[in-house]
Design a protein around this ligand. Structure first.
Ligand code: TRP
Ligand code: SF4
Length: 405
């Protein structure tokens, strides 16, 4: 399990630019990112190349979407002082790593990724019989591995892509992490930690390799992470030696499954642009209010005097997110006894959504008014990301015998 211990991991995630974001993105993804940024070193990027895999016939819609999306992220509370924000295509190392990984990725691995056939089926109006589309998950693997990210917050539908990333990393390390005299080099490296740490490392290694002691493995990894005077190569050797493999050049990331947000859409289905049931984060308050006021309710409650059942009503799904148990009680009672009307029932939700969106919209306005600031935030994020990506590519090229001078 050549992975990096969670507490030291870098977090990376990306989003395809699909225009303005809505409450589904906020509850499903962005709120989570905002929390993660306080705890981890976070990299969040706009996957514009991924957008091209499906929208190559209309690339002109991408740039606006990119900009709008970054503003929505900032509005949602992503703090550029904590997280690095950037655009994928600004870091060509993603593409170089994608190319290099493509050399060792069996076609079957890509053809078997469930989203490949699914999306081809679902997006029938587009011709997705392209090399680029087949490579979609491998490009994603490159996105992740180029930063040696340990954790990748994603939704259920992306877990298979992180799995593929792990397999590709494992194969890469297997093929290129085996240098001659590996054990000797690792032994040499361990001495550089000092006597005490070296002894601990060896004890942990023995405990893990002979008894499968997982705690010893974790302790050894933490020990390695804490060593200041190891070179990158030595550290990789020691990580690999610990687990009995070769050098770990590309660590395997873990998917970090975002707690499934059940953000309902206005019609009770999942909120999604393709169902036209969304509330955009920057929607005008009057429009938000009207959308909620006119959303469908229990279809069996035709007249005000008909009792209803919240379980059959999309409004109830909103109450589950926005209301406390007191209000839940009030809805349940009132609906089932026809004691309250539907407009009345919706009012607390209208209030809660508007209140939730208010600070977000204020922040959005600030960024809309300062395009230079947004550009500067991206430039800074890009620079930090590029440093890291270049470092990884140097190692990867060297491991693949591409180190010309
Ligand atoms: N494929 C992801 C999605 O559609 C976006 C993405 C691209 C991504 N590269 C990534 C997510 C790397 C996490 C890590 O949502
Ligand atoms: Fe839905 Fe509330 Fe009307 Fe009941 S009272 S049908 S829960 S909107």
């Amino acid at each position: 399990m050549n992975s990096v211990p969670a507490q030291h991991a870098r977090v990376l995630s990306g989003m395809r630019p699909t225009g303005r974001l809505h409450l589904g993105h906020y509850h499903g993804v962005l709120k989570n990112w905002v929390e993660l940024q306080h705890e981890y070193q976070c990299f969040f990027f706009v996957a514009d190349w991924h957008a091209l895999t499906t929208h190559y016939e209309e690339p002109e819609i991408i740039p606006d979407s990119v900009n709008e999306m970054v503003i929505d992220w900032l509005a949602a509370g992503i703090n550029p002082g904590e997280a690095r924000l950037f655009i994928q295509s600004q870091i060509p190392e993603h593409a170089e790593l994608h190319l290099l990984l493509s050399m060792i990725t069996p076609l079957g691995w890509l053809e078997r990724v469930p989203s490949y056939k699914d999306q081809q089926e679902r997006l029938k109006e587009r011709d997705l019989n392209t090399y680029g589309f087949l490579g979609y998950p491998l490009l994603q693997a490159a996105d992740i591995l180029v930063y040696k990210a340990g954790m990748v917050p994603v939704g259920e539908d992306q877990v298979a892509h992180v799995e593929l990333t792990r397999e590709v990393a494992r194969r890469f390390n297997h093929l290129y992490g085996r240098e001659s005299g590996f054990a000797e080099l690792a032994e040499e490296a361990s001495k550089k930690m000092g006597k005490k740490a070296a002894r601990l490392y060896h004890d942990y290694r023995t405990a893990y390799q002979q008894q499968g002691d997982q705690e010893a493995l974790d302790a050894a990894r933490a020990l390695l992470e804490g060593q200041q005077n190891l070179t990158v190569n030595d550290r990789e050797r020691l990580f690999g030696y610990l687990e009995g493999g070769g050098r770990i050049i590309l660590p395997e990331p873990q998917p970090m499954l975002t707690k499934a947000s059940k953000m309902p859409g206005l019609d009770g289905q999942k909120m999604s642009k393709s169902y036209a049931n969304t509330i955009a984060l920057r929607e005008r308050p009057e429009v938000v209010e009207k959308a909620l006021r006119t959303m469908p309710t229990d279809t069996q409650r035709v007249r005000r005097s008909d009792p209803g059942d919240p379980e059959r009503c999309p409004v109830w799904a909103f109450h589950k997110i926005y209301s406390d148990s007191g209000v839940h009680e009030w809805v349940n009672q009132g609906c089932r006894s026809a004691g309250i009307g539907c407009i009345e029932c919706k009012q607390p939700i209208i209030d809660a959504v508007l209140q939730e969106l208010k600070p977000l919209q204020e922040r959005a306005r600030e960024f809309e008014e300062q395009p230079d600031l947004v550009r500067a935030i991206l430039a800074e994020g890009t620079e930090a990301a590029r440093d890291m990506a270049q470092q990884t590519l140097n190692e990867v090229r060297a491991a693949m015998s591409l180190h010309y001078r």
